[in-house]
Design a protein around this ligand. Structure first.
Ligand code: GDP
Length: 196
């Protein structure tokens, strides 16, 4: 699946703009700066695919990528912008909620969590949103190359404990590094399996 073409198709700002739900779909969510663009670029091997810098105003859209005509990969807006205007935050939260609740082909959300920090309140908020919309999700720990001396294992344990309390979370946690490529083949395989 990842050997074939992957193209950015559109940024969606309102439900009416969604591409047809004509194939399996996965989405990526994460706090700003978690490494979401880097991960999408690294997974697809396309450096400039997901915009490498996220600023409020540029990222309040659902970005759809077409993987070989077989899967939609959706880059959700980064959350946790304390500096973003409240009305804008409310608008994309509403769009996100409507999208998550109304997309029958959405197979799984990947919730990216910073491997240096573990779960933070905004991560729990997005999980609550996913739980509310009955979307299955799985945590991907990013920047796994950073923590030293087994700290990533402790972080993963903490995340696992947090996930155990939630209804729709997938227990398996992916450890990834976009810098070293660690965990990327496994994540690609997981996504390919969801494409059927
Ligand atoms: P986004 O805001 O979630 O899209 O985050 P970016 O992909 O723009 O990454 C935010 C910062 O983290 C950038 O400075 C990246 O170079 C850095 N970064 C992203 N992924 C990794 C990684 O796997 N390892 C390390 N060490 N740094 C990373």
């Amino acid at each position: 699946l990842f050997a074939g073409p992957c193209d950015f198709v559109k940024g969606v700002v309102a439900l009416g703009g969604l591409p047809p739900a004509d194939r399996p779909e996965v989405c990526f969510a994460g706090r700003s700066n978690v490494g979401k663009s880097s991960l999408i670029n690294a997974l697809t091997g396309r450096k400039g695919l997901a915009r490498a810098s996220n600023t409020p105003g540029r990222t309040q859209e659902l970005n759809f990528f077409d993987l070989g005509g077989r899967l939609w990969m959706v880059d959700l807006p980064g959350y946790g912008f304390a500096e973003a205007p409240k009305a804008k935050v409310a608008a994309w939260q509403a769009l996100l909620k409507d999208y998550l609740a109304g997309r029958p082909t959405l197979r799984r959300a990947f919730v990216l969590v910073d491997g240096r920090h573990g779960l933070k309140p905004p991560d729990l908020e997005i999980m609550a949103l996913l739980d509310g919309a009955a979307v299955a999700y799985q945590v991907v720990l990013t920047k796994a190359d950073k923590p030293r001396g087994g700290a990533i294992v402790a972080t993963a344990e903490g995340v696992r404990a947090g996930l155990a309390k939630r209804p729709a979370a997938h227990p398996h946690i992916h450890l990834t590094s976009s810098e070293t490529g660690h965990g990327l083949p496994e994540l690609r395989a997981e996504i390919a399996a969801l494409a059927g």
